[in-house]
Write a protein that binds this ligand. Structure first.
Ligand code: SF4
Length: 98
């Protein structure tokens, strides 16, 4: 019970729809710089959509299809660690709830 009628964040995110630009990620992590600066672990922690995950070898995997285009990762990434642009054309997330 959340105490309101809004439901959980996960439930609300489930209402969104996505047009996935297959094979054309709008996010690129520069792995060596991300590792050196600690940005990789930070990306894993801050992304509300769990786009980033750390593999056993320390590589940061990117599931760009789930991106909410919120910009949080761009705000926290050290210079030279992340390339991010909006998905092309009509690709990306469509929000169903305000
Ligand atoms: S823009 Fe937001 S949702 Fe997309 S990868 Fe960055 S933090 Fe995650």
């Amino acid at each position: 019970m959340t105490g309101n009628d809004w439901g959980s964040v996960t439930e609300r995110l489930g209402g969104n729809s996505y047009e996935v630009d297959e094979g054309n990620s709008h996010i690129l992590v520069h792995q060596e710089e991300a590792r050196r600066t600690g940005t990789g672990k930070l990306l894993v922690r801050v992304c509300p959509a769990h786009v980033y995950s750390e593999e056993e070898d320390g590589t940061i995997a990117v599931e760009y299809a789930a991106c909410l285009e919120c910009g949080t990762c761009r705000a926290v990434a050290a210079p030279g660690t992340l390339e991010w642009h909006y998905p092309e054309g009509s690709m990306g997330v469509s929000f169903r709830e305000g």
